[in-house]
Design a protein around this ligand. Sequence first.
Ligand code: 6LW
Length: 518
Amino acid sequence: MKIRNPVLVGFNADPSFLRVGNDYYLATSTFEWFPGVQIHHSTDLANWETVSYVLEDDQVLDMTGLEGACGIWAPNITWSDGLFYVAYTIVYTNRYRYKDTCNFVVTAPDVRGPWSAPVKLSRQGFDPSIFHDDDGKKYMVVQTIDHRTSRERFTGIDVQEYDPVQKKLIGQPVRVFGGTKHGTTEGPNIIKKDGWYYLTVAEGGTEFHHRATVTRSRSVWGPYEESPYNPLIISYGQEDCQLARAGHGQIIQGHDGNWYMAHLCARPVDMCSILGRETAIQNICWTEDGWPKLEANDNAKPETAFDVPWDVQQRFGHSQRVDFSHDPLPIDYVTLRHGMEACGVSIDNGQLLIRGGFSPMSRFEQGFIARRQQAFDCDFTTRMHFEPRHLNHIAGMMVYYNYDNHYFLKMILDEQGKCLTVTSVLNREMEDSAPVYLPDEAEAVWLKAEIRTRELQYFYSLDGKEWHKVGGVLDMRNISDERIEGNGFTGSMLGVHCSDCMGDGVEARFDFLHYDEL
Ligand code: 6LW
């Protein structure tokens, strides 16, 4: 049976891949979004469901004031002796040569938790993974960085023993692999097969030159030699390649005995990854001389489908209507840097209630809740109850990349009355559309974002039937990794927001959120 890629669509980057029995897991990065570390589960490799987040407590994951694209990077999930291990990095500062990072590991008998208190591993580098050797020893494998301008910025992969009883790293870190000429060596993970330790890394940077490189050694301590078949996967330079940016992968053996790799990819529109970095799976075979390779072709080109030897019905689409009068909030909805409660978001009397926070350009107190855009063509609709008493009471709907890049359909009270306007923020440049005035008696207003690949048009309605445009057509390509200044690691998010820039306690209520893929 053929399974279509990507298997995780929309912002779902840096996959770590695990099988336990007949269950498959993927862990993906969450950056500044809360809760941290998303766990996806499948039994057939085709249909994946978000089953949990690892870091759900504000005390355990403190991202107060962190810049966009900081926070949780590249988690790694493994399993040993009845326990799941998740290693992850919190990136506090990411200012090119200097990075302030901290690497942690947590464990749990079930991916749904409860997870142990985080164990601090190290503060050098990022993308830690845990390797469980068959002699019972455990190791942290991590990428490293160098702040000297005379050196490569990413300096290679270190291995250090981890003692699960003392819950700390022991001995000294050993540099086991310096990376290849392609540089930006990151995302390391080790598997053991036929007496070889195979170290897979991402190289070339997560943009269009991204690739996966595989190496091996007879000892966990290296030295690791490069595969003659490298790269293991690469999109760059491939003809008619539907999955760009392929790299950052992990190989596992399926319950059928076949081998599979999950890896990062993107489907850019005019070189703009609007849906962010996604996750795909490829079939892996082993050469006679013991190297893993893509089964489908000799060019290491990512394929848009892979094979499994079992029957499967792949489900597509993520349309979802949440009616707060009877539905719980789905796991897909996330908040910025803090949990819902700290963000002033709650379900109250059958409505979603957002207590106003700081403006959407702040890194603090965001009265905002959002979900991923997971299809190029979709509508996002809500009905909002909001009574602005001031210009600085603001609420509405956002198509959001980060604080410096978003399109906000917002309601305010200006000198002439209650109105809707669209504010475009593109790399901090702000522009407002002409206000559209609402009748004073309008008690609720429907808001809609219509997204058609490159184009976004906002609408409002007073009855949910007759729709009127607000502002002009907006360019969705601006909501992408490539167009935003600085690191672009997330993707387009759709949500509802309330700002209280007076500080007098204004709030907005929403009856439903309807995300509808076409
Ligand atoms: C991540 C690194 C990477 O930590 O990008 O694509 C970084 N690979 O491994 C942020 O996602």
